[in-house]
Design a protein around this ligand. Sequence first.
Ligand SMILES: Nc1ncnc2c1ncn2[C@@H]1O[C@H](COP(=O)(O)OP(=O)(O)OP(=O)(O)O)[C@@H](O)[C@H]1O
Length: 387
Amino acid sequence: MAAIELTDIHVRLQRKQVLSGIDLTIEPGDFITFLGPSGCGKTTLLRTIAGLQRADAGTIAIGGREVANGATAFHLEPSKRGLSLVFQSYALWPHMTVFDNVAFGLQVRRLGKAEIKRSVRAALDDMRIAELADRYPGELSGGQQQRVAIARAIVTRPDILLLDEPLSNLDAKLRVEMRAELKRLHQELNTTIVYVTHDQQEALSLSTRVAVFFGGRIVQTDKPRELYRHPRTLEVADFLGSAGLRLNRLDGVIAREGGQAWLKTPVAAIPLAQRGLEDRKEAIVTIKPEDVRLHGRPGEGRMAARVEAAFPSGAETLVQLRAGEASLTARVMGDAEYEPGDELYADLRRSNLNFYDKRTGMRLAHVAPIPNPMEEPQHEDRLSHSR
Ligand SMILES: Nc1ncnc2c1ncn2[C@@H]1O[C@H](COP(=O)(O)OP(=O)(O)OP(=O)(O)O)[C@@H](O)[C@H]1O
């Protein structure tokens, strides 16, 4: 049985359609992330699941039980849905100790003192903040306060935890640390987590599945790896980018030559594996910066390129290139030395390319490149070969 089942959810706020036709099944134990640009409806959907927002149409079932139905105007109140919520602003009570902040949800349920103590201790242990029990929120760092807020949400051992941008107030280092904590917590508690963020890295590194939102609709729901490898639309590909960088893109035309199909771009011709492709179709190929390889010598399939700028940052170097009329960014491992004006040759790791219909922006899933000769197999292929 699904943990959460959303069917055809529509929400209007002040005459603005904020969510349109959301269908989503969240399985028990999923860590699903709602990812998308600001204002695309992620928080509104989370609030609708929690019952803080009414759906104008559609149904919501939690653990197989209907909790909202737009057609019958049925709306179960938030406290009866068996969920816990953590917001971006975690709003701890300043006059209460950490222990009392976490205990509050149990006290209103009139549980026994010993049981409350045991549960609060367990939640503080889960968040590794047992030693902070007697402090007041004003005596804690931002990261510690966020841990308290999460402890407060998990103390009731909810089946489902809803988190709305819980890390966005933390500095970059703390965010990465807290990511690891959330992942561990998810594994240990085996709770279903619904998580809202506009941070691509956070979404890809934490989730079992990611739902990408644009303009009040979900445009793709996939495992992080699949989403990263094969964004369904150009819009999703552009939004995801690659580890904080924009994707390279080249415009081209599919053409047949010598019994072979190609995507012909102004700077490179990419051989395609299929016959029977629509000739003269205008397409766009997206190229991750890590899939642009640089060489000192010319060779088959290599394009001449000039270095415009290089940005070494220790672990990697970003190299901005001009190849004919195209600009490309290459991500090169290590502290490589490139200077503006260097003339070199670039080729593309072809098996990682994606092709999109220029008119509709939809991925052309049936178009695949012929891999480069001697191409390193992907990690999973290597595993399956060695089995
Ligand atoms: N109470 C409200 N009344 C009217 N419009 C609202 C209300 N709350 C949200 N909206 C609008 O609904 C749209 C979706 O908002 P929502 O907060 O769900 O987006 P989001 O994807 O979570 O964005 P962010 O990442 O900025 O939090 C936005 O255009 C927003 O302005």
